[in-house]
Design a protein around this ligand. Sequence first.
Ligand code: GRF
Length: 221
Amino acid sequence: MTSIVVFASGVGSNFRAICEAIREKKLAARVEALVCNLPGAGAPSVAKEFGIRCFEIPERTPDRKWLRAEHEGLILGALSEIRFDWIVLAGYMRLLSSGFVKRFTDAERGCARIVNIHPSLLPAFSGVAGYAQALHYGAKVTGVTVHLVGDGLDDGPIVAQRAIEIRDDDTIETLMERGLAVEHGLYVETLGKLFAGAWRIEGAEHARRPRIVFGAEVARG
Ligand code: GRF
């Protein structure tokens, strides 16, 4: 059984989708803990509802904002108490430092065991508010990307993508609503495939962007 820690900063609807999928035995995993960096976020109440340990580690106090390294040090301190296989970012709105990402690198796979979901078809519309960016740009199609976390912003090998049509009468709200529904399904499905382990990274050695290849043959290779 794959053990995971989820990082979230927001409402926690992706976190909820993961917890529900586990409860309904659609995803073979166990959530060991939630890490939440923003006071007032909804995710901790989801953790409470599902009986999951929650580390609320705010990145700022009324007087100061923790530097990235200081904040990550606090997170690492909390996580040192538990064992887990993967970090699953579910709306975690703070960039992780390359030092942090390196700590979770799986040398055999050649990537970090950290996975993220982003609300656009990367590499388009990286950064915050992916749905709003696509809508304001006038794009006709956007989507959702699940990717492994690399060094840069919304960087790292793409694991899965799903397109979403942008309708002429879409508002940010309607697009986000359809997008989040796609995210929940795609994230659960993709985490299941990742945790099953029949994949590898290839291409990095050819000066091409590394990519993920799935399949039983890969598992034997
Ligand atoms: C999602 O759109 C996710 O793709 C993005 O932040 C949002 C988080 O939503 N990174 P929720 O907190 O999971 O509801």
